[in-house]
Write a protein that binds this ligand. Structure first.
Ligand SMILES: [Zn+2]
Length: 284
């Protein structure tokens, strides 16, 4: 006989209850369940910080009243050209917040010229999801861009000079700790160990031997000879093919508090810039 089940006696909690427990523990299952940000307010704060500290600001697209903006600060001295992007996945809030923190600190190395794209997918943040409004993962669009965000971003990138170093800030809800993915075809001095060392006391490292299906060593993935033949290019592949010979994709672990992930990304960027002297192709 079928009886109405009293949920208090049920041995299997409802899925909502499980998710709520996981959220309380800060764990992410089947996607990001952690802290979110008010993207309009974050974009306003980013623009205010850029204005305060004398950055040139350019809006290269507006999606549903949310601006995709690029900040530029050219040093009067010859020195490395560095590009940093964040916020291409709308469920990875630490990247835009780390750039906001670094802008407000305003402790960039003197001779560096810098280009920042602090939030490439603002609508994704408004929706609290990885993809844009159309459900497109923008970080798979760079070989043949169709999404308006990436068409506009690539057009903007093509108007900029080549960079000596590119950093793409991300988060990974499946990671056990921080890790970084290096594309360094000319074996320039690697910045990855410097990033990892800067995280001591800030954020754990993912020490897995395989991360995202690739061999890793102490949080560093070096996909030597990885083919660019993949049909779906992330931003790093476009940068590698068109704009730089040294790029890093930084991944903060989403299971940790947002504050920790912001501190981790900011620390890795700061440490990298503090010890970067320009690679073999710095005049390119
Ligand atoms: Zn990402």
């Amino acid at each position: 006989m079928q009886m109405v089940q009293d949920s208090s006696q049920s041995t299997t909690p409802a899925p909502d209850a499980i998710l709520e427990d996981l959220r309380r523990l800060g764990k992410n299952v089947n996607g990001y369940l952690g802290e979110t940000i008010d993207i309009e307010s974050t974009l306003t704060q980013l623009e205010a910080a850029a204005t305060t500290f004398g950055w040139n600001s350019e809006v290269f697209l507006t999606v549903q009243n949310l601006k995709l903006v690029a900040f530029k600060r050219i040093s009067p001295h010859p020195g490395p050209r560095v590009y940093i992007s964040a916020g291409i996945h709308g469920d990875e809030p630490a990247g835009p917040l780390a750039l906001l923190q670094l802008l407000n600190e305003n402790r960039w190395p003197d001779k560096f010229s810098l280009w920042l794209c602090p939030c490439l997918n603002p609508i994704g943040f408004a929706l609290n999801r990885r993809e844009n409004l159309d459900g497109t993962d923008l970080n798979r669009e760079y070989l043949r861009p169709k999404a308006a965000e990436i068409v506009a971003h690539v057009e903007w990138l093509e108007r900029q000079p080549r960079f000596d170093l590119c950093l793409c800030l991300h988060e990974d809800w499946e990671a056990n700790g921080f890790y970084v993915y290096e594309l360094n075809p000319e074996s320039q001095r690697s910045m990855a160990p410097i990033m990892i060392a800067s995280l001591e006391g800030v954020c754990p490292i993912d020490t897995s031997e395989i991360i995202e299906g690739r061999p890793a060593q102490m949080g560093i993935i070096r996909p030597n000879g990885e083919s660019l033949n993949r049909p779906q290019w992330p931003e790093a592949f476009f940068l590698h093919s068109n704009k730089t010979r040294l790029s890093y994709t930084l991944e903060a672990p989403s299971d940790f508090p947002l504050k920790t992930r912001v501190a981790a990304l900011a620390s890795a960027v700061r440490a990298t810039l503090d010890s970067f002297v320009g690679g073999t192709g710095s005049a390119a």
